[in-house]
Write a protein that binds this ligand. Structure first.
Ligand code: SF4
Length: 330
């Protein structure tokens, strides 16, 4: 399959009857691997300062399922979350993998990096003789990796871990590495965004990235663009309360300034997403999430100046809705 066809497949198939990315990606990956039977993408995965939501999302991948990703697509060399080894044995495997595959492995970092107190807020390894902070691990492994993926919004931009008052000094990994990072943001990430990025790296190398370093395959359009309630927005019909069928811009929906394909990719085995489940998009893939989305359930024009309205939306008629511009391609 040509790269252009793969990109087209990723961008369009969820609108097709199939509704899945991976049902079609896996056979392509397997076909590709028939020509390189011993090759899988070598991965070192660090979990740092986060809630673990992204590895849980990843474990819920469908078509391919988790076992298929681990057996057919990636060679998971080290993971302080998934591996059975602990302590010195685990650290030995990390050292061994980093040395043996220097310049060839993909580093996946899940979680923000606390920089306060020289990184002491998060340790990824602790043995009798050696303690390694997340900060130290990323500074060590980042330059050795062929590719670096920031998995989730905390790793990409700091996310919830860096929300005010951010006493740990948490940052996204781009802030501490002097190299390109592929940001697969989301809180949590949709499994397709991560598995699709791995598939692209495996078959074609680095995917095209947007201005925030995210694969345009999945983040190239705003949520607003393909939202099922878009016609209500365009005709000026806004919900007054949760459960109303109209556009939820009035209830603080961040769809107009959030890049992601949630309306047609959908979640939980591709069956639903926030707006379909009657709750506004809170902009979890954005660089300024969650502070930039706060207070939740407040319309966009008021979010940036909450003091002006005493915490109350001015009007469901939405002064400012007509001025909404989409930050990604419209
Ligand atoms: S503002 Fe939100 S609910 Fe309204 S059309 Fe846009 S994405 Fe959908």
């Amino acid at each position: 399959m040509q790269k252009e066809d793969f990109v087209k497949l990723c961008r369009t198939l969820s609108i097709s009857q199939d509704h899945t990315l991976s049902a079609q990606v896996l056979p392509v990956v397997q076909k590709y691997r028939n020509n390189l039977p011993d090759y899988k993408l070598p991965v070192i995965w660090l979990e740092t300062n986060d809630s673990g939501d992204n590895n849980i999302a990843f474990m819920n991948t469908t078509y391919p399922y988790l076992g298929q990703v681990l057996t057919d697509m990636i060679d998971l060399l080290y993971s302080n979350t998934f591996m059975a080894a602990q302590g010195k044995e685990a650290l030995y495997k990390l050292d061994q993998a980093a040395n043996r595959l220097s310049g060839k492995f993909t580093l996946v970092v899940e979680g923000a990096i606390p920089t306060g107190e020289n990184g002491l807020y998060t340790m990824i390894a602790r043995t009798e003789n050696r303690n390694i902070t997340a900060l130290e691990a990323v500074l060590w492994l980042g330059p050795l990796a062929q590719n670096v993926i920031a998995l989730g919004t905390c790793a990409s931009f700091g996310g919830v871990s860096a929300a005010r008052p951010n006493i740990t000094g948490s940052v996204g990994i781009s802030s501490i590495l002097q190299r390109e990072v592929i940001n697969v943001s989301g809180c949590p990430v949709n499994p397709d965004w991560f598995v699709g990025t791995l598939a692209h790296l495996l078959m074609y190398g680095r995917p095209e990235l947007d201005s925030l370093g995210r694969p345009t395959l999945f983040y190239g359009f705003t949520v607003h663009r393909h939202c099922q309630r878009r016609s209500y927005f365009d005709s000026g019909q806004f919900a007054e309360k949760l459960g109303d069928v109209e556009c939820m811009f009035s209830l603080g929906c961040m769809g107009p300034r959030t890049g992601a394909d949630c309306p047609y990719r959908q979640w939980i085995n591709h069956v639903s997403w926030p707006v379909k489940a009657n709750t506004p998009c809170i902009g979890c893939t954005n660089k300024d999430f969650p502070d930039g989305s706060s207070p939740f359930f407040t319309p966009l024009p008021e979010k940036s100046s909450p003091a002006n309205n005493d915490g109350q939306p001015e009007s469901p008629a939405l002064k400012g809705a007509e001025n909404v511009t989409e930050e990604n391609n419209v």
